[in-house]
Write a protein that binds this ligand. Structure first.
Ligand code: BGC
Length: 392
């Protein structure tokens, strides 16, 4: 209110000296921006986003915090459709890839834009593992391997959803029960994911799950970030808080080694331009067609700790990732190839977006030395990740 009065007064003053009309327009724009930013109250809106081909209703939740930051999340796949955050001048931009409508997501499920990934984020070799002396065979949907939960993973199901109360922000809770044997996994698994958009510009994701039979679980989030809103991400700067990574074979399955990043293109311990080494003739980069690897995070204690910092000099936007997880998959969008036209007609060329997926390491069910992904009957799986947005 006070700001609106200020805007009106500023306008009158400028009108008195008409020759400064250029300045007048700037003043109105700036003041209006301030008015709209300050006038925003945190709120959440629920609306229909259409129906899946098998006639399931999909809801869309729009979460807005008091700074005007906005996240749109739908019950299909728990997908974050858009994430609008300001650049250093205060201008909002949508920094994640996706489609304009539900049909886009249903038809092109390959890239997993913005989705919840489960039951298992990333690959399980040959789609098989043993637990308690029994072998389980999973859906193989990535050559001979299992990827991101199988043919119909958590990214392709319709979650139940409701608004929930959280201190200092707006939140939506999504839940789903995956039945015993789904995609080959043992146990009825009850999963819940709470997305909170805080008034400190954080998107917080809290995952939890319980099972009635011992099983494996590794949940993650698959937003493709582009802090410049469009174009290649190779000029973004990245820091990953990790001294080691898990090298892979040509099928992108970890060999089991934890290798030091020192002296390799995997060293992101200092802020580094993503494109500066991405096309090197390095065996790991050749296997990944760029970066598509898991980093072993330098963790301190059990709680949330800094995993990565992504920034874009042009817009000034910064995303910091905090997690309780031991690993981070940095995927530089190498498989995008221009065949997808996304939101607003943007054509997603190679490396148009990148994922920072907090997780346990790929193929852990077959790698006893990796941190365990086993969830025992009667125990609770819980994991938290925060994406914090700012400018510099
Ligand atoms: C994986 C990539 C995969 C992509 C799917 C990433 O999490 O690491 O190998 O191609 O998801 O879009």
């Amino acid at each position: 209110m006070a700001l609106s009065l200020l805007a009106a007064r500023t306008m009158k003053q400028f009108l008195r000296c008409g020759k400064h009309s250029g300045l007048l327009i700037v003043a109105i724009l700036v003041t209006n921006q301030a008015v709209s930013m300050a006038a925003t109250k945190q709120h959440i809106k629920k609306e229909s986003f259409g129906k899946t081909p098998d006639a399931q209703e999909v809801d869309l939740y729009t979460l807005t915090n008091k700074n005007g930051v906005e996240a749109r999340i739908m019950t299909y796949g728990g997908i974050v459709l858009s994430l609008k955050v300001p650049d250093r001048t205060g201008k909002q931009g949508d920094i994640v890839l996706g489609y304009d409508n539900l049909e886009g997501y249903v038809k092109n499920n390959g890239p997993y834009f913005g989705a919840i990934i489960g039951r298992y984020g990333n690959r399980i070799a040959k789609g098989t593992f043993s637990l308690n002396g029994q072998q389980y065979n999973l859906a193989r949907n990535n050559g001979e391997n299992h990827l991101h939960g199988g043919i119909k993973g958590f990214d392709k199901i319709v979650w139940k959803g409701k608004e929930v109360k959280r201190v200092n922000g707006v939140a939506v809770s999504l839940w789903y029960t995956s039945t015993d044997g789904e995609e080959g996994y043992p146990g009825n698994l009850s999963v819940s994911v709470v997305y909170t958009l805080t008034n400190t510009n954080q998107l917080k994701i809290e995952y939890s799950a319980t099972t009635d039979k011992d099983t494996v679980v590794n949940l993650t989030h698959h937003s493709y970030f582009n802090l410049a809103v469009e174009g290649s991400i190779v000029n973004h700067q990245l820091m990953i808080n990790a001294g080691r990574f898990t090298p892979v074979d040509e099928g992108l399955i970890p060999t089991g080694e934890l290798r030091s990043v020192k002296g390799t293109p995997m060293d992101f311990t200092q802020n580094t331009q993503i494109g500066s080494r991405i096309d090197r003739q390095d065996q790991q980069l050749i296997f990944g067609k760029g970066y598509d690897h898991n980093w072993v995070l330098n963790r301190t204690g059990k709680g949330l700790s800094l995993a990565a910092r992504l920034s874009d000099r042009g817009s000034g936007r910064v995303v910091e990732v905090f997690t309780t997880e031991p690993g981070l998959q940095f995927y530089s969008g190498n498989f995008l190839d221009g065949s997808i036209s996304g939101k607003g007609g943007h054509v997603y060329q190679k490396r148009y977006g990148l994922c920072l997926e907090t997780q346990h390491f790929p193929d852990s069910p077959n790698k006893p030395a990796f941190p365990s992904t086993v969830l025992k009957r009667g125990k609770k799986y819980s994991s938290t990740t925060i994406y914090r947005f700012s400018v510099k």
